[in-house]
Design a protein around this ligand. Structure first.
Ligand code: SF4
Ligand code: SF4
Length: 468
């Protein structure tokens, strides 16, 4: 194992104020179990889980309350014992509605309540690849870095594809967030074990552990944890540059490979990228039989009394996290779920956390810039900032008049929604939002075309059957 500096620097990127000192030095603190949890069935990328419980049901910690509802989906387990108060549609951090199970954790269970389900601890070294993948799936693990891609799917490349490099994402380049940093400091041996398990599942690929240079303590913790590991393992120290934590940019920075346009995936260039928190969750699921029921979330910002890294069960209401951190020092001008670059502004503290809630930020009026969008002055700053070589100015001008075709021709589907273009725009244009709008329109059109094609095929088949 050795530590090396990244040899590959991507084009573009920006340097926002990182503000990580607010929560960086606080050890992870466990939140006392909240009285109520709002557990969403949509905590991951892909089809929301199918809810299996109803109001009045008693649930046990670890019980499956939402079953996997498709190939790209994961199950949801109850983070605590309790009684289901209601199952209702609730808005998530990104604005989409999904079923949420409201659990009263103070309810007494009936005497004949079944025992909590148990996943037996496994010996990973003697378990087969299929058994390990099965455990990762039944533990409900998805990527905890933000995207929420089902981990068992990612670790099972399709026929003909092989993972040559397993890249561990410890960059955490988003401002304010320090959850991954604390996990690297405090859970390094779990990360090491998770890597051993993933290597076995993926057929012993080389390993690259990617960490930005502004986290020397995390680099040292990983060096100590991996010191005696065998095989091709390197810690790659990345320059401090946003969005260094993007999957595509991390692959380029660590192994110099370029992931082609969508629908190409990292596995198409022989890579699998996993967030460090996800890797630790894999170790817990396999060795301890502990499903993914909780995660570390950074609660920070200049309007929080005591910024912290909080270990909380999924479904914890944002209000409970704020209270645990001493409340707000003043009325926040903005509350953001995630980081300031890619996160979502939220208007309610009644939203429950999910497996991907990396941060919750409370920002005062001094930190939130009030602006009104103006006409593009063609300065070219967004083109220089874009790490995907796009022309964000062209896309934003097109979407101002709902010209989705021009945005599509300008490769908007390549946009990773990093916000680097909006960050430096002197005209304060909402470029990233225009990109999101274009991508959503294109996805909706493709889905409608597929549905129409499937319906036409079905009716064609029915007509042929009738003719026979
Ligand atoms: S256009 Fe997309 S990828 Fe490029 S800087 Fe803007 S948000 Fe990032
Ligand atoms: S940074 Fe803003 S003003 Fe400058 S070219 Fe891009 S959209 Fe136009």
């Amino acid at each position: 194992m050795k530590t090396v500096k990244s040899k590959f620097k991507f084009k573009g990127g920006v340097h926002p104020d990182y503000n990580k000192e607010l929560a960086r030095d606080g050890a992870i603190e466990r939140l006392p179990l909240p009285k109520e949890l709002a557990v969403s069935m949509s905590q991951h990328l892909g089809a929301p889980a199918r809810c299996l419980v109803k109001a009045g049901d008693f649930v046990r910690r670890g019980q499956v309350i939402g079953e996997k509802a498709g190939f790209i989906s994961v199950c949801v387990r109850s983070p605590a014992d309790g009684k289901v108060k209601a199952v209702e549609k609730r808005v998530g951090a990104a604005g989409a509605m999904a079923d949420a199970v409201l659990i009263d954790t103070t309810a007494s269970l009936p005497e004949d309540a079944p025992p909590p389900p148990v996943l037996a601890p496994m010996d990973w070294s003697s378990a087969t690849r299929e058994e390990l993948l099965g455990r990762i799936e039944e533990a409900g693990i998805c990527g905890m870095g933000g995207a929420g891609f089902p981990t068992a799917v990612k670790l099972n490349p399709p026929p003909g594809k092989r993972c040559e490099y397993l890249v561990l994402n410890g960059a955490e380049c988003e401002p304010y967030l320090t959850a991954d940093y604390r996990v690297m400091l405090e859970r390094a041996p779990r990360i090491r074990l998770g890597v051993e398990i993933m290597r076995k599942v993926l057929g012993l690929p080389a390993v690259r552990i990617a960490i930005e240079a502004n986290k020397p303590e995390a680099i040292a913790a990983m060096e100590a944890a991996f010191a005696d590991i065998e095989g091709n393992v390197e810690i790659v120290v990345l320059p401090v540059l946003y969005p260094q934590g993007s999957e595509k940019h991390q692959i380029y920075a660590t192994v110099g490979r370029v992931v082609p346009e969508p629908p190409a995936l990292p596995i198409d260039v022989g890579c699998v990228v996993e967030n460090v928190g996800t890797v630790a969750a894999i170790a817990d699921a396999v060795e301890l039989g502990e499903p993914l029921l909780e995660r570390v979330t950074t609660v920070s910002g200049d309007a929080v009394a005591t910024p912290k890294n909080v270990l909380a069960p999924s479904g914890t209401r944002y209000a409970d996290l704020l209270e645990f951190c001493g409340g707000a020092t003043e009325r926040p001008a903005k509350v953001i779920s995630g980081g300031t670059m890619m996160g979502f502004a939220v208007s309610s503290l009644d939203i429950g956390t999910t497996k991907t809630t990396s941060g919750l930020l409370f920002l005062s009026r001094r930190r939130v810039f009030q602006y009104s969008s103006q006409a593009c002055i063609n300065c070219g700053r967004c083109l220089r900032a874009c790490p995907m070589n796009l022309n964000p100015a062209e896309i934003s001008k097109a979407m101002e008049v709902d010209d989705v075709k021009t945005a599509e021709d300008a490769h908007v589907m390549d946009c990773i929604e990093c916000g680097a273009c909006s960050f430096g725009c002197p005209a304060y244009r909402a470029i990233t939002q225009f990109c999101r709008k274009a991508k959503n329109s294109i996805r909706a059109r493709i889905a409608a075309e597929r549905a129409a094609a499937a319906a036409a095929k079905a009716s064609d088949g029915a007509a042929k059957k009738e003719a026979k």
